[in-house]
Each structure stands twice: as C-alpha cells, then as structure tokens.
Design a binder for this molecule. Structure first.
Ligand SMILES: [Zn+2]
Length: 257
C-alpha cells in the first residue's frame, strides 16, 4: 500500500460548531479550529480517494478540500450526521458515469434503502441509482483501488458502529465503548487512533465515550497518537488542548495526517 494521506473533513458533534443559531458555547469564535463540520475523513493514495461518512456538510467538505473524485464511501453507522449528505454523491456518480461503491453494515443499509431508496434502486429513468451497496458483516478486510481497509465493531450505545483501519491509522466513531475482543485485536499495532470522544468529561453520555474512557482503552491499544474527535461547543480548541497529556490531541477540520 502506498503512503496514505488522511484529512479530517469534519470534527464536530451532530450539531456542528457553532450550533445552529450561531451558538459557540465555550468556543472562541475567532479561532478557526473551533469551526467544525460533522465528522468525516478523507483517505487518499496517489490514485484512490475514500470518504468515510457523508453528513450534512458533505457538499461543503468536498468543495473546501477540492475532492474531484470518490472511489468509495464507507459508512460507520446510520445516524444522519454521518449519512444525510449522501444525495450529494450524485455529482460524483455523474462525473464517472457509474455508481459509487458504498460499504455499510446491514442496519445502515436498511435505513438508507428505506429513506433514500431512489439512490439505490432504479425508480425513474431520469434518476439512475448512484451507489452500489456492499454490506459489511463484522470483521472484514477489503481493498478500494490500492488502499487496504479492515473493519472493527464499536459499541455506540443503542447500535453498533463500524470502525475502519487503513495501514497503521484507525478511525473509530461513533463509539461509547469497545465490547468485542476482536476489536482490540484489529487495532493492534496502530500508530494513530482518530476516535470519538464526544462524551468529553461525562461518563454518563449514553452514546459517546469520554476522554478518560478513551485514555483507559488506549492503555491496551497503545496508539502513540490519539486524536479525539466529535467535539461539542464545550471544547474550546486552545483551552482543552493545553490540558491534554502528551500523545493526545484534538482533531480539527482540515487537519492532515
Ligand atoms: Zn452516531
């Protein structure tokens, strides 16, 4: 596998930051690192582009980051802040006169096949399908172009999510916890872990992990670099970054690994 480039397309919680209505919470509006779109990741080799998740900000993310082609989209789970922008995949399908492969678990597929059936099925000659679904079941490896991908399962409170590993970088969100030993195995040896810590200080959050819990999990996973993502407007980038121990950092939109 060639050297891969990773770009954080979005690092915000389901509301984005500022929240709708221009609510910045504890965030300094003058710091660009506090302006956050919904979580998404771009993974690139010299010849292949993969996007993980297409939330409400997907169109804007492709424009800001000059994404011209998408070889595949990977879905972590069905929640709208990770799927709602899928309609804007249409332009990428039109550009190559083909459907775009979309990898997702069966729960996500059932949701999209119901809510967005016109994207998957031939309903109308004027609107051909734009994605070809590939259903993920558990722990798998597959390739998109020259990029190898492996999956791991995460506990997101009310549903499971699918995390993805590309070489020595893993992307694990949304998640509250890890309950399957195979996930620890799948994450063995990673160098960088981009991970949902949307619970911040609260261990009571029903669907997102706290910073402290991720730090505890990393005692086993041992990633040298842990990049927290899915930030609310409580997370002022400079204030919270200054409090993190070595090896832990906050993701921000446009960050490149
Ligand atoms: Zn979610």
């Amino acid at each position: 596998m060639n050297n891969l480039k990773f770009t954080i397309l979005g690092s915000g919680c389901s509301f984005g930051v500022p929240y709708p209505g221009n609510h910045w919470g504890k965030c300094d509006p003058s710091n660009p690192k506090n302006r956050r779109m919904r979580c998404s990741l771009l993974v690139q080799s010299d010849t292949t582009n993969i996007v993980v998740d297409t939330g409400q900000d997907f169109r804007e993310q492709t424009n800001i980051n000059e994404i011209k082609y998408i070889d595949a989209v990977l879905y972590s789970h069905k929640h709208p802040d990770h799927t709602a922008g899928i309609d804007d995949m249409r332009m990428f399908a039109i550009r190559v006169q083909n459907t775009i492969p979309a990898y997702m678990d069966d729960t996500t597929y059932e949701y999209l096949a119901r809510a967005k059936d016109y994207l998957i099925k031939q309903e109308n000659i004027a609107y051909p399908p734009i994605i070809t679904p590939h259903i993920l079941s558990g722990y798998e490896t597959f390739s998109v172009g020259d990029i190898d991908v492996s999956t791991h399962i995460l506990d997101h409170g009310t549903i499971n999510s699918t995390g993805f590993r590309f070489g020595d970088v893993a992307y694990s969100l949304d998640m509250k916890d890890i309950h399957d030993e195979r996930t620890f195995t799948a994450l063995e040896g990673i160098g960088a872990w981009i991970v949902d810590a949307g619970g911040f200080e609260s261990s009571e959050n029903p669907v997102h992990a706290s910073f402290e819990h991720i730090m505890n999990l990393n005692k086993r996973i041992k990633a040298k670099r842990v990049i927290f993502t899915s930030h609310t407007n409580h997370i002022d980038y400079d204030t919270i970054s200054a409090q993190l121990p070595d090896g832990y950092e906050l993701a921000y939109d446009g960050q490149v690994l």
